[in-house]
Design a protein around this ligand. Structure first.
Ligand SMILES: [Zn+2]
Ligand SMILES: [Zn+2]
Length: 148
């Protein structure tokens, strides 16, 4: 999903956008399954020639507990801020490039959201995990195996 923000580059002021990244653009990610489209609320502002973009995104994802492999649904609200440039000749990777004023919001938001997610998820802090012998879920009581 792309958004044309060229007017924010051309005229000082504040511009708001509300868009949704469709679910089709959120597929095929390793370890994370989005279960709903991601709504975005964006504020793009041009103050003294610097174009800033702030936005909030709501993500709904299905992941697995790293210990007991139970599936978890997580819903989170994220907030991000970037400087936008039409061409990046500075070599500064913190800037988001919007070539010709067109911003790829799917790519930007996905990168931001995935970077903010932990590498491992736990269903709860003290998840006991699975028995290494029989595979029983140890959160649901002992299985009687001798622990190696
Ligand atoms: Zn667990
Ligand atoms: Zn066991």
């Amino acid at each position: 999903m792309t958004i044309n923000v060229s007017k924010a580059f051309d005229y000082p002021g504040e511009y708001t956008y509300e868009e949704t990244i469709p679910l089709e653009e959120l597929q095929g990610l390793k370890g994370v399954t989005f279960t709903e489209a991601v709504p975005l609320k964006m504020l793009v502002s041009n103050k003294v020639g610097v174009v800033m973009m702030e936005y909030t995104a709501h993500s709904s994802v299905r992941v697995q507990c790293a210990r007991c492999l139970k599936e978890l649904e997580l819903k989170e609200e994220h907030h991000f801020e970037h400087v936008l440039v039409r061409e990046n000749d500075t070599g500064n990777d913190d800037f988001i490039t919007a070539p010709g004023g067109v911003l790829d919001m799917s790519e930007t938001a996905l990168t931001d959201i995935l970077l903010e997610m932990p590498l491992k998820f736990l269903c709860r802090e003290d998840c006991k995990g699975l028995c290494p012998v029989c595979g029983a879920d140890l959160n649901e009581g002992g299985c009687g195996c001798e622990m190696p």
